[in-house]
Structure formats: C-alpha cells, structure tokens
Design a protein around this ligand. Structure first.
Ligand code: UDP
Ligand code: MG
Length: 314
C-alpha cells in the first residue's frame, strides 16, 4: 500500500542558525513515523543571511526537501501562502523554523488526523519569556476579534497546525493580498481539533515581530476579517448624535426659561474635542478599508518566486 505523504511547511526568514537543528529534529520524527512519507517544504522569505544556502545544501543531501525561494521578504503570511500553493502532502504541517513549535507534537496531530480531523491546531498554554504586556494585548485582541464575528476564533493558536488536503485546497482559493491566515483557518471551517502545548523560547535568533509589526498584524487581522469596526463607527456616531440632540434641547430650554449666562467654555471644548476625536477615529477606520480595497484592486501577484527545486525530478 502506498504510504501517505505528509508535508512540513516551514517559512524561514533569516533562520540560518536554526536550520541545522531543524533538520535534526525533522529527521528524528520522520524516522519514528515510518507509516508515512515526508516532504520538508521550506519557503525562504528573502533572507539576507545564509538560510538559502543551507536549505540548498540540505536539499542536495535529502530528496525529501523542497524549497521555494521568494524574490524578497514578503512577510510570513505570504510566505505561508507560497508554501500552501505548492505543497503536495495529503496533510500539511505548518511550523516555524525557530523550533518554537515543538516538532514532537506532530505525532499527536497525525493521530487526530487519522481519526478524521481536518485542522488540528496547537494552542499555547504558556508563553515562556513573553512580556506581560504582550500577553495582555494578545488577550485583548482575541476578545475584540471574537466580539466582531460569529465565526469561532481560535484563541492563542499560532500557525502551528496540521491541515488536511481539503483545507489546503480550500485555502488556495483565497487570493487576497492583505491576508491574515489565522482568520482564514477559522473561516474555512471543517473538523477542528485543539491540542495544547507549552510554547518554547526561540532556539536561536530574535523574533521578527516587534510591537509595531504586531499592532499592524492586529489591525490587519481585524480589518481583513470583518467590517464590524465600520459598524462600531456607525453605532458610536449614532449614540453621540442622540446625546447631542438631547443636549441641544436642554440648551434651548435653558435659554428660554432660565436665561442665558455666558459660561460653558469647558463643556464646549470637551464636546468639540471629543467629536473631533470620534470623527478622526471613524475616518481612520474607513481609511483602513479603503486602503485594503486599493491594494486588492491592483490585483498584484501575492509573491514572486526567484527559484525553487519543485520541477527537479528526484
Ligand atoms: N518569518 C517569515 N517572514 C517574515 C517573518 C518571519 O517567513 O517576514 C518566519 C520565521 O522565519 C519563523 C516564523 O515566520 O519561521 C515565525 O517568526 P518569528 O519566530 O519571528 O515570530 P514569533 O515566533 O515571534 O511569533
Ligand atoms: Mg518564533
């Protein structure tokens, strides 16, 4: 009987110091799980260190290694997309190159896959070495995201997951530029199964996500997933209008029956500043969506491939 092929999909951006360890860990797993064939699919996301050379060397020595070398750094979301477009496995394991996602969990994921689950995702129990503010902000983000949609959002799940081929085929149909893959994984549905793990610290190197990038990712996550923030702007605007209307009536009555006293500068300033703030916020929210429309209508390719070993026979 033919063994099923399982692909490891690993985006790598300046991960030279981790490649060797990654290779060892993957070899170990593949030796253990003899019922399957494996493909190690690496997407080099425009690294400017030795990552690509190391991947090439690895591929020369191991026929299971496939790589796609992108023409520049496109960011993890698009690097993943490039991988999803080209992997071959009946199941695809998405994993970071820095070994923060323990490859050893893979066995459990595969077990659930064989039981018929399509999307087995690993949720972080502990966030070792992550700062208090990072934990709080990520909690807040999930709250806001969930409150904006009926689709169940997986909290604390990373991209570390096993996807059945049917999920991969589904995701290939998503050709949006401004993407937030985690939102897409939620969106597609299928049979989901959560497993938990303690996320480790990076094996080597620094995270590529600083606060600014994370805030950007959060805004992208929200605005590419739902239009609910536009609704918030509308609701906020309506509430303020109602109060303002009542306030106008109060003022008119005051003027007619009590007589005008020239005062109220502080309240006037407060109202003006508050309304100015609300207007800017609403404009900003609308702007976010117009920006998205702008980028999507250009209809550019999502990524460009410089070279790959996909067409080499082996
Ligand atoms: N990554 C990528 N392109 C980028 C940034 C990151 O392909 O522009 C890869 C990176 O090599 C790693 C994974 O995405 O395999 C997660 O990145 P990182 O460890 O920096 O993120 P964190 O674990 O801190 O969320
Ligand atoms: Mg990491």
């Amino acid at each position: 009987m033919n063994k099923k092929l399982i692909s490891f999909l690993i985006p790598a951006y300046n991960e030279a110091d981790n490649i060797d360890q990654l290779r060892q860990r993957l070899n170990k797993i593949s030796h253990k799980l003899t019922d399957f064939e494996f493909e190690f699919f690496l997407v080099n996301d425009g690294s400017n260190d030795q990552t690509m050379n190391l991947i090439r060397q690895w591929a020369d020595n191991d026929k299971r290694v496939k790589y796609v070398n992108l023409s520049r750094n496109f960011g993890k979301e698009l690097a993943l997309t490039a991988g999803i477009d080209h992997v071959n496995g009946s199941a695809v394991l998405i994993m970071d190159a820095d070994l923060q996602d323990p490859p050893e969990l893979v066995e459990e994921m595969i077990k659930y896959w064989q039981e018929g689950y399509d999307d087995i995702y690993a949720t972080r129990l502990s966030r070792d070495k992550e700062t208090f503010t990072k934990k709080i902000t990520s909690k807040l983000f999930y709250k806001v995201l969930q409150s904006s949609t009926k689709i169940p959002i997986q909290k604390n799940a990373g991209d570390f997951r096993l996807l059945d081929q049917k999920c991969i085929l589904a995701i290939r149909q998503f050709r949006e530029n401004q993407r937030y893959n985690k939102g897409i994984f939620d969106w597609i549905g299928y049979r989901k199964k959560e497993i938990t793990f303690h996320r480790q610290a990076r094996f080597s190197g620094q995270t590529k996500y600083n606060y600014f990038k994370l805030i950007n990712l959060a805004i992208d996550g929200l605005t590419s997933f739902t239009t609910t923030p536009l609704r918030w702007a509308t609701i906020l605007g309506s509430i303020i209008s109602i109060f303002t209307f009542i306030y106008i009536i109060v003022i008119v009555f005051h003027k007619l029956f009590i007589g005008n006293t020239v005062s109220g500068y502080p309240s006037l300033m407060a109202v003006i500043l508050f309304l100015g703030g609300v207007q800017l916020l609403s404009l900003g929210i609308i702007g976010e969506y117009i920006g998205k429309i702008f980028h999507e209508t250009k209809n550019r390719p999502l990524y460009l491939i410089e070279d790959s070993n996909l067409n080499q026979d082996n």
